[in-house]
Design a protein around this ligand. Structure first.
Ligand SMILES: [Fe+2]
Ligand SMILES: [Fe+2]
Length: 311
């Protein structure tokens, strides 16, 4: 198979704890999030794992990297600065595309700019996308052209109450998503939708789920897409969504920074998608052991009849 373009997908880094945590940032949600991080998550999510996987992506021939959110932990402005530093170590904005997750838009903003402002060069349309979307588009969805692909970035995150990690796309983004998918199909581009929360009903518990999953999956099924990538569950998944065109692969990736397993969450992983005239080949790559290197976990043609093997 001759590959024409390779897209890497990594998510849920949860990289930057507790920076800029002052009294004016303190509320119930952040207090509970801090306790969870201090007791458990800080032993799981490690920068060195994310760095090893990012290095491996380029060694594997990635042309572009998609980061589907939860780069930060408590949604603090100083975390966003540190996360921007990490994005820059992965690659320049024309090689890396990001969207926010619920830990990036974590609670109501108390001071400082939002991640969507600080990460803007990684989280906005490119020149082609801006002209495609026309005058005064919303920030989301944004559109980027990378090789034969059109990346469509959605924002499913909004500030939520304690113990709630739900998401929502909302009617305005949904309407623009519908338009984008239809117009990008007419341009014969391979449409890759990026969303943090799993986009189909029933993919996660209600308090962590996308509130308008019925509507989002309805637009995808009606308008079609060639690939949908998400994070949030910290586990690998592959679900096929029937559509008016071909069935759509909806792929979730595990955390890209896990230095140890956590319940059913595996060690750090990322996915590679190799696009060619023959279709899409998917590779799952990740840590072979806590002290080991990055290895192949699974490799298969992304086709409804294929039997992927996740280890
Ligand atoms: Fe996460
Ligand atoms: Fe999340």
């Amino acid at each position: 198979m001759t590959h024409t373009f390779t897209l890497a997908h990594i998510s849920d880094l949860h990289l930057t704890p507790l920076l800029g945590f002052g009294p004016h940032h303190w509320n119930v949600k952040r207090s509970l999030g801090f306790i969870n991080w201090a007791r458990s998550r800080r032993f799981v999510h490690r920068l060195e794992v994310a760095d090893r996987l990012a290095t491996d992506m380029w060694q594997q021939g990635a042309d572009h990297v998609a980061v589907t959110g939860d780069i930060a932990n408590l949604g603090l402005p100083d975390e966003f600065g540190a996360a921007l530093g990490w994005l820059k170590t992965v690659g320049p904005p024309d090689k890396v595309t990001a969207i926010p997750g619920n830990h990036d838009i974590y609670t109501r903003r108390m001071s400082g700019p939002a991640c969507t402002e600080i990460w803007r060069e990684y989280i906005a349309s490119d020149t082609w996308g801006a002209s495609f979307l026309g005058a005064e588009p919303q920030q989301f969805p944004f559109v980027r052209r990378v090789g034969p692909l059109a990346l469509i970035g959605l924002n499913s995150a909004f500030p939520t109450r304690p113990f709630v990690a739900a998401g929502r796309i909302g009617p305005e983004q949904l309407e623009d998503l519908r338009d984008c998918l239809i117009r990008l199909k007419s341009e014969k581009l391979t449409r890759v939708v990026l969303i943090h929360h799993p986009p189909l009903p029933g993919q996660t518990a209600p308090r962590r789920a996308l509130e308008d999953a019925e509507q989002v999956s309805g637009v995808l099924a009606t308008c079609g897409a060639e690939l949908v990538l998400h994070g949030h569950n910290h586990r690998d998944s592959l679900v096929w969504l029937p559509s008016n065109d071909e069935s759509i692969p909806v792929v979730g990736v595990a955390s890209g920074s896990a230095a140890r397993t956590h319940g059913l969450e595996p060690l750090g992983r990322y996915n590679l998608f190799r696009f060619s005239a023959a279709g899409i080949e998917m590779h799952v790559r990740g840590l072979g052991g806590a002290a080991g290197g990055v290895v192949d976990i699974a490799r298969f043609a992304l086709h409804p009849d294929a039997q992927p093997l996740f280890v």
